[in-house]
Design a protein around this ligand. Structure first.
Ligand SMILES: [Mg+2]
Length: 499
């Protein structure tokens, strides 16, 4: 592949002969111009360090000017970006072991219990020795590590610890991008100015985390986000590693499997492997093929394979969220669809509460179902911008009526196409009135459920939606529902009150 006038030229095999087609498949005109300019800058930055890594050595006048700036940058030791990636070690498990010393040094597995359905959320390094890892089916984990200690997680607690971590991190960064409760990119370009100072910051963050919160983390300091992430993984756990330049990054990973590159998962890796592309070096040597194979992602990989990544640390904004949803996997499969409607009420209220917290409204409702045979389906419906539980519930019900009524193991509800209401319209008086009406309908539903399950839903909503209680409440409802319908069938109880 060759860069020609700002767009890509790719060869396609066409019948018997090979035809050259211009293909603007990745980028729009203005993006191409921006990209060309960016590429020129990066080429120059790289060619100063290592000529062989540059795309092309030809330089225009502009390039010479850019080079001068870059040379100055090199001379004064002020890199364009300095990023720290910090990642807590076995976060949930470490917090639990910290707060209960009898768990220290034991194979500790946080997530579901072996008697339940579900997965490992995280596990201690002692459990990892047995091959247990996060996202593993809990039954499989139990087979590998039957003497492990299994616990439910306490997410409220982890969130509190996470906030304490943020305070430490943010003291050193001008921008932070949180990837999870226990993981973030910190942009320290302006606060540290030099790479050496950034390394000092990283060591202080590590020490403070240990001294103040009694937890271990792994830290990487690098010239880019992806290199920083690679660096923090390099010496995990309790690790520390520096990757100052693209050259250092490439030297480190060049003979490793392609999976070392960010965004390469098992599917992408399999695709590359099947074409004989196994290592980062193979990507470097087969750039054209990689782009043909993977399109835009391939293009990104050919850049990463040469150490190029100028992506910026982007602080998370709630409105960046794509959707807000809540789902439940039942401990035993369910085929009573009127019971599922009761579950939908609670899931819809949960979604409403989350949306309220982030100040967002959705323009679509989604219903997700996984059947007993593990087949999943998702159905969506467009609505007028809303987050009212009643609207969500009403739409989810319509969707539920239209899906095949077979035994299911998971049900979930969510809203998507999110925005803050200001973008669309102000709440009118009529809207406010109708929201009140909607609440009345929901109140009636909850009253009926109070009777059916013998639970005071209405007066315990705050409790039900904190921590794990929603999950436990729904499980309780499922068991109760099962015993009631059994008794009904055998001629005992009155019919349940359902709307
Ligand atoms: Mg972690």
């Amino acid at each position: 592949m060759k860069y020609a006038g700002g767009f890509y030229t790719i060869r396609f095999a066409d019948g018997g002969g090979t035809k050259l087609r211009e293909n603007r498949l990745f980028l729009k005109r203005e993006d191409i111009d921006k990209e060309t300019e960016k590429r020129r800058n990066i080429n120059n930055a790289l060619s100063l360090r290592r000529p062989s890594m540059a795309f092309d050595k030809e330089k225009t006048d502009t390039d010479t000017a850019v080079s001068a700036v870059k040379q100055e940058t090199e001379r004064t030791g002020k890199p364009e970006q300095i990023i720290i990636h910090v990642d807590m070690d076995a976060f949930y498990a470490s917090v639990e072991a910290r707060d209960n010393p009898s768990l220290k040094g034991k194979p500790l597995i946080i997530g579901s219990l072996p008697s339940e359905r579900g997965v490992v959320a995280t596990c201690s390094y002692e459990a990892r020795k047995y091959g247990v890892h996060s996202a593993m089916n809990i039954k499989e984990a139990y087979r590998l590590c039957p003497h492990g200690i299994y616990m439910h997680g306490n997410h409220e607690k982890y969130k509190r610890v996470s906030e304490q971590l943020h305070q430490i991190w943010n003291a050193y960064a001008s921008k932070s991008e949180y990837l999870a409760l226990d993981e973030a990119y910190l942009d320290v370009t302006d606060t540290a100015v030099t790479f050496e100072k950034a390394c000092e910051f990283a060591k202080i963050i590590k020490k403070r985390t240990k001294d103040e919160l009694h937890l271990n983390c792994s830290i990487g300091v690098a010239y880019s986000k992806t290199a920083a992430k690679t660096a923090s993984e390099e010496k995990k756990p309790d690790g520390y590693y520096e990757i100052p330049t693209p050259e250092d990054y490439v030297n480190l990973i060049i003979d490793r499997d392609v999976r070392v590159l960010y965004t390469v998962g098992s599917k992408t890796a399999a695709k590359l492997h099947s074409e004989g592309i196994h290592t980062v070096r193979d990507i470097q040597n087969n750039q054209e093929k990689v782009v043909e194979l993977l399109g835009k992602q391939g293009w990104w990989l050919t850049r990463l394979a040469r150490g190029i990544d100028d992506s910026k640390v982007t602080p998370y904004k709630p409105e960046d969220a794509k959707s807000i949803s809540r789902e439940i996997t039942f401990q035993e499969n369910v085929n009573d669809f009127s019971f599922l409607k009761d579950v939908l009420v609670l899931l819809a209220i949960s979604v409403e509460r989350r949306a309220q917290r982030s100040g967002l409204f959705g323009k679509g409702v989604t219903l997700k179902i996984t059947y007993a045979d593990m087949k999943s389906i998702t159905r969506s419906k467009t609505i007028e911008s809303s987050r009212s539980a009643d609207k969500i519930y009403e739409q989810a019900l319509l969707l539920l009526d239209r899906v095949p009524h077979k035994t299911i193991r998971l049900i979930g509800v969510g809203i998507h196409s999110l925005s803050s209401r200001e973008d669309d319209k102000q709440l009118s008086f009529a809207d406010l009135l109708s929201e009140q009406d909607e609440n009345k309908i929901l109140d009636a539903r909850l009253d009926a459920m109070n009777k059916s399950y013998g639970l005071d839903f209405k007066n315990n909503l705050d409790k039900i939606f904190s921590g794990e209680t929603l999950y436990k409440t729904i499980e309780y409802m499922r068991k109760k529902n099962k015993s009631v319908s059994y008794k009904t069938k055998t001629g005992g109880l009155h019919e349940r009150n359902k709307g």
